[in-house]
Design a protein around this ligand. Structure first.
Ligand code: ATP
Ligand code: K
Ligand code: MG
Length: 701
């Protein structure tokens, strides 16, 4: 069983594995520790990760980024318009109205939803990880932003499922970093000593596209997230954009070019600006330089850090907002914070560090974690803890619910309150700040209209919607994603006997709701509770119904009654049918089938290239051998004709036909050459072997 942690980043994805009693970040097929989160499409194959990056400019319109931003979002989400700016491929509405990219692939215009695109990328991650650790990746812990909604979480889980990755837990980015922190610190306060205060650490993750803040309290063996806050749309790319906008404008007057009118020029300027930004993290001045950006013009400019910080002041000012909010919801002052851990590539920006040290004092800034690898390492540690095959010290993790979650049901089912007010049909399930994981039993009442009961044959259905509440909190969920979480239909509600009859008849229903380890809402079980007065001399009746009835509470007979009765509380389970935003099993298997076909096509291209490569290598190798090692074992005539044959093959390999032949043709041509070459090779080897055998014999004698 694999023990893998995946930091699914918007720019880069990092993979860590638990092995040899430690956590290692693994390298991909080109030996990089971070893999570009990109998918691109070609005539015959897909290019995933590094290979997509290599041809990002040449395959411009067919390269898709923003996987983490857009997975699970409807096309109508206003955020899609923001993302459009950064994504070279065209976007459209795909299956289930999810945002999709339209690309030219296998000689056809095709569109893939971001759930599918994310699954393609994750299948590549799975592939290079499996190769590196030499066992197939099956289970993993995957990270996501803490601000992901139920819908985004389910989409990412679907994507992983299609990629063949079983996600043991979806972990919030900053919580993963916090776990990595907690488990490596051996000097955490001991919770058994009541005088000792827990250590309070702020995790500040500024990555490529978003800003996440988490206030975490630590004691030995346990972390509790006390509060989180985010700026979902503030990251390194926004800092790049400050430069892009400035220079696009400057170049219109300086060079008379309109970079905004040319997608590729803008993309190249953006790349150059990112480079400039990084250099300015360590230097006071640098030069922005792009050759032949458009209209055959080269552009350049001197940039100073001072100017840059002035232009970026608006962004820097925004950093304080989530920081203050996180402290406030956690009920912690900046003074009470012991350390601030910096995570994410963009915390290298000096002005970002300055904001933090102004707020918390410079001494509290800490980078004991590897800022680029902390999330992946934390995920791998969590995976190791869950995995039965890996021994690791346990460390309890309590996360924090960021969106208020409520259950509601149709008003027509709710009993009318006596005073004529509107019936209560909404019940808070998990408020902001609720711990994760957690579960709660909620009780509510449902009217029982006779006509429904008879129409349904004594069993009725009750729909429960679970949604994020905008009303109950200032902390709004991302609007474009919709507030809806899912619908749970409870079946098997029965007419109640005993006291409540007629118009007042109502059923008492208890549901067990859960906010699970992945931050998803679930209803685990539901039952109907019935209170009945049962004559004491009829205890058998209750027992007959044993399959679906249970006595949970029995009281002694009421004193003074004519007929001896007792109050019995009965409970029977209701069946639950859940409809969430996850893809249906049919859609998942369709996607898996498509993924299978695409990966076969990719493999076919790889195999074909390998077959061509083998042929090419044989040509070169044999030519030099004929001149050197084999020269004594071949006649001049034979050598000349074989040389001609090899030269002709080389010409063919570089012809149109030879560049695009099938795997079989290359293999056939190779065996044609070998027919000629093998007898020579055999003669050579025989001669090579003979002296050695003779030598060995001599030694023996
Ligand atoms: P996200 O967490 O938003 O999904 P991510 O995890 O892929 O994104 P990171 O790898 O943490 O992002 O950070 C990438 C960002 O860090 C990029 O915007 C990059 O330009 C920026 N960055 C990297 N090095 C530096 C540097 N030396 N100075 C300034 N910014 C840097
Ligand atoms: K990352
Ligand atoms: Mg990140």
């Amino acid at each position: 069983m694999s023990v893998v942690g995946i930091d699914f980043g918007n720019l880069n994805t990092v993979v860590a594995v638990a092995r040899n009693r430690g956590i290692d970040v693994i390298t991909n097929e080109v030996s990089n520790r971070a893999t570009p989160s990109l998918v691109s499409f070609g005539e015959k194959q897909r290019y995933l990760g590094e290979s997509a990056k290599t041809q990002e400019i040449s395959n411009f319109k067919n390269t898709v980024s923003g996987l983490k931003r857009l997975v699970g979002r409807p096309f109508s989400d206003p955020d899609v318009q923001i993302e459009k700016k950064y994504i070279n491929a065209n976007l459209m509405a795909g299956e289930r109205e999810e945002v999709a990219a339209s690309v030219w692939y296998q000689e056809d215009q095709r569109n893939y939803t971001f759930t599918q695109l994310a699954s393609m990328f994750l299948s590549k991650v799975k592939d290079f990880t499996s190769k590196e650790i030499k066992i197939p990746v099956t289970d993993a812990v995957v990270s996501c932003p803490g601000w992901y909604t139920d819908r985004q979480r389910r989409a990412l889980l679907d994507a992983a499922d299609v990629a063949g990755i079983n996600v043991l837990k979806l972990m919030n980015d900053t919580t993963a970093s916090a776990l990595g922190y907690g488990i490596t610190k051996l000097d955490l306060p001991d919770a058994t000593d009541s005088k000792v205060k827990p250590r309070i650490v702020v995790f500040f993750d500024l990555g490529h596209s978003s800003c996440q803040v988490s206030v975490v309290s630590f004691v030995k063996g346990k972390l509790v997230v006390k509060g989180t806050a985010y700026d979902r749309n503030l990251g390194g790319r926004d800092f790049d954009e400050v430069l892009v906008e400035h220079y696009a404008k400057e170049f219109t007057t300086k060079y008379k070019i309109d970079i905004n009118s040319n997608g590729k020029a803008k993309f190249r300027l953006r790349q150059a600006c990112e480079k400039v930004k990084k250099i300015l993290s360590a230097n006071a001045v640098t030069v922005l330089n792009v050759e032949c950006i458009m209209d055959d013009k080269d552009v350049s400019a001197q940039v100073s850090r001072d100017d840059y910080e002035e232009w970026a002041a608006r962004l820097i000012a925004r950093l304080a907002v989530p920081l203050k909010e996180a402290l406030e919801v956690a009920g912690v002052t900046a003074d009470e914070v012991d350390f601030v851990e910096l995570v994410g590539g963009s915390t290298r920006i000096p002005a970002v560090k300055k904001t933090l040290s102004d707020m918390f004092t410079p001494e509290k800034l800490s980078t004991t974690l590897n800022q680029d690898e902390a999330v992946a390492r934390g995920c791998a540690l969590q995976c190791a803890m869950i995995s039965p095959v890996f021994k690791v010290r346990d460390f309890a993790v309590q996360d924090w619910n960021g969106y208020p979650i409520e259950l509601s049901w149709d008003a027509k089912y709710a009993p009318a309150p006596k005073d004529g007010e509107k019936p209560e049909t909404v019940m808070e399930a998990f408020p902001v700040g609720n711990g994760i994981p957690s579960s709660k039993i909620l009780t509510f009442y449902r009217t029982l209209q006779d006509e429904e009961l008879s129409a349904q044959g004594g069993s009725v259905t009750l729909d429960i919607d679970s949604a994020y509440s905008a009303k109950r909190s200032e902390r709004h969920y991302p609007e474009g994603l919709g507030a809806n979480i899912g619908k749970w239909t409870l079946k098997g509600i029965k007419k109640v006997g005993g006291t409540s009859e007629g118009a007042d008849a109502k059923a008492t229903i208890k549901v067990k709701t859960r906010l699970d380890n992945n931050g998803l809402v679930a209803i685990d079980s539901a039952s109907q509770i019935e209170e009945q007065l049962v004559p004491v001399d009829e205890p058998k009746k209750a027992e007959e119904k044993k399959e679906d009835t249970m006595d949970v509470d029995v009281e002694s007979p009421a004193a003074g009654d004519d007929v001896k009765t007792k109050r019995v509380i009965k409970k029977h389970d209701l069946t639950i049918a859940a409809t969430t935003t996850a893809a249906s099993p049919a859609l998942l298997s369709k996607w898996k089938e498509e993924e299978g076909q695409m990966s076969v096509a990719d493999q076919f291209v790889i195999d074909t290239a390998e077959a061509r490569n083998n042929l090419e290598e044989y040509v070169y190798d044999t030519r030099s051998k004929l001149d050197m090692a084999w020269s004594e074992y071949v006649t001049e005539d034979n050598k000349a004709s074989f040389m001609t044959q090899l030269n002709t093959m080389e010409d063919w390999l570089y012809s149109d036909e030879g560049e695009n032949a099938s795997k079989g043709v290359y293999a056939e041509k190779l065996s044609g050459l070998k027919k000629h070459g093998d007898p020579i090779k055999r003669r050579f080897l025989e001669h090579e072997e003979r002296p050695r055998t003779e030598r060995q014999l001599r030694d023996y004698i």
